[in-house]
Design a protein around this ligand. Sequence first.
Ligand code: GL9
Length: 838
Amino acid sequence: ERSKWPKETIDLWNRLYKKDAADIETIQKSIVHHVTTTLARAAYNMDNFTAYQAVALSARDRLIAQWNETQGQLSKADPKRVYYLSLEFLLGRSMDNALLNLGLKDVYAKGIGQLGFRMEDVVESESDAALGNGNLGRLAACYMDSLATLEYPAWGYGLRYNYGIFQQRIIEGYQAEFPDYWLNFDNPWELPRLDISIPIYFAGHVHSFQDEYGVTRHKWVPGQSVQAIAYDVPIPGYDTENCNNIRLWRSKPTRVFDLTSFNEGNYEKSVEDATQAEKITSVLYPNDNTMAGKELRLKQQYFWTAASLHDIVRRFKKSQRDWSDFPEQVAIQLNDTHPTLAIVELQRILVDEEQLNWDDAWEIVTRTFAFTNHTVLPEAMEKWSVPMFEYLLPRHLQIVFDINLFFLQKVEKRFPNDRELLKRMSIIEEAQPQQIRMAHLAVVGSHKVNGVAALHSNLIRDTIFKDFVEYYGSDKFVNVTNGITSRRWLNQANHKLSELITETLGSDAWIKDLDLLKGLNKKVDDKVFQKKWMAIKRANKVRLAELIKERCGIEVSPDALFDVQVKRIHEYKRQFMNILAVIHRYRTIKSLTPAQKANVQPRVVIFGGKAAPGYYVAKLVIKLINSVANVVNQDPAVGDLLKVVFIPDYNVSLAEVIVPASDISQHISTAGTEASGTSNMKFVLNGGLILGTMDGANIEILEEIGEDNIFIFGCLAHEVEDLRYAQRYRGVPMDPALQGVLAAIEKGTFEDPKIFQPLISTLTIGKDYYLISADFASYLRANQAVDAAYKDQDEWVKKSIRCTANMGKFSSDRSVKEYADNIWHIKPFKVVDNQQID
Ligand code: GL9
């Protein structure tokens, strides 16, 4: 026992229990140590990847020490913590960020440089951790960075998928999907905790009985079990000792698996069951903003929420507090409806296992959870069929029905005799078969519900949650506008610009306080500064042009206007409208005289993004982009005036190259469909202007940077319904320019037009749900305005500087602080450097 250790032992520990020094020699020693021992390589037998592994392992040692220190101090002080439950964490690469946040970027670069490697090449050798689809997962990653930087006691909980989002290749213009086996070479950024193994149960039946007081109780008698194994991913804050944790669960067969099959001599069946267990965390579902409804997905959700809650409850119980203190110690944020089962699981634990009465338990549950809604798209709303749910989670189904019953009884009391209202608000949808509406369950089980940008939060109050706002009052429904981390999206991705900003502001404090960028407003008219600013943009464009040459074999001029739309391919994001306008531009250029051509602003239109493998129309959009690119890029009549590029396999590390290189980026969703978007923030922070609709966070970006520095077009969210109605029932004709474009496709200008027929038919009058025709004319005008503005480079650079200068609001530090103050009620906890053991 430690308390009985003699003084010499304690002194020895304290002498040895010291953080490694951060001098170059110590760092080089640790790198070489990992090369020769962990990696078993010789110096002459090393490549960039080995160097990356060695640097990563060396940084990892420090991270783990810091992680350990943080968790130790937190255990002792036991402040209230927040747990961020997210099925996706799109972390991207870790090394550069880890070294930056540890404050060791320069020494490591120097250290590895002297050992014969260039840090840039070493950094490039890391592949992305891509455990997410798009924005929702990247947002979680940005929030984890901010939580650690602001020293909030926070843990993320997610799944450790063996396969992240698929790798996209383009074959004959079509998207092809390949598995992303990212764990091929081991992952130095995780810490397997094989000792932390939690049994998770499925199926079986419910045993009901009378307890000693004659109260009816229920016990779940499960039919299957698997194990959840913890893998911890340390998340260091920037410029702090604090190091938070993302715990990812991996499924494994229960150690003594299926003894009956074994004893019956059915070895193969028992091994088959074991494989089933491992399947749970095998693959990330590749859908963005759509619900697939697969049984395996429901299993993933329960497996993850049950393991996480088990962990959270175990940690709480160590403190021996009363259950009523639970919401004082624990805040749980539901990132979308994916983890909503956690509400049911906590109620089950409290009522069935801890024997609390229903109402006390429910009070604890609802004070603990808060829910973020990320979309209003109907196809994204999670619903689970009751029979499937009952088979996997029989006791949870009973609890869902009870939650619903008690809830509807209260609604009935407040608004008597309104059967329609009860039907609308019910957690159970009366369909064949019945469906569980996870969004309703999440609202009923949480104390706060938030949208992710001002417009979106208003929309959910007025549409999908309208009845709930009337019942609960509007205080429960709040807005927290999304944000991005300035560490990755400016300091790392655009290091030159970051240095210029630091030099200009006289300090790098802006990295932690993004509002300080406002200081750049004073420099807008400074010619020397402008020149430096544009030189950096140009260098970033050169870098992107090289990447395009390498990956697509297309030569583009860095002097052209770089126009970028990179994001998941989705009808509501309207990449289709973008490529249709490109065709219009192409046709226009072809019709010009040489003299007229001299006035055309050269443009490179850059696309990137993955389509869900089962999303046929979205995949056709990719094909159309590539077919158009093929024709346009080879047309001598066009030359450098227009180039079209589709960069395959868009991911976080590609974004870090693309974002700093844009002049214009497009965020052109039909108004009211993009909840927030966050790449819009990344582009503007890097001095790129936006061409966008009045949707999501674009609106708030406009408010911050001013309408002269953004190109806005298209209908407004409140006009959408009327426009759809007018199309459908009043025979509004199709936009004439659009008609011309479609005619060109149908004529076979870009390959066999039959290929694109299903795409074109989405624009049939009355069916154009995303209002491409309605917005087309104003979209073309906005594009012309972009060209004209870009020609005036003296004004353009001012706009670009103003963009960056006024983006402080969109720091994820601000978002996270709003969550902490208004929703979680947690306070920062500062970890002290190098504590001694006691
Ligand atoms: C999304 C929205 O579509 C985005 O507009 C929003 O910025 C992010 C983060 O709040 O959430 N909702 C959603 O379902 N996805 C989003 O990106 N997609 C997924 O990645 C699953």
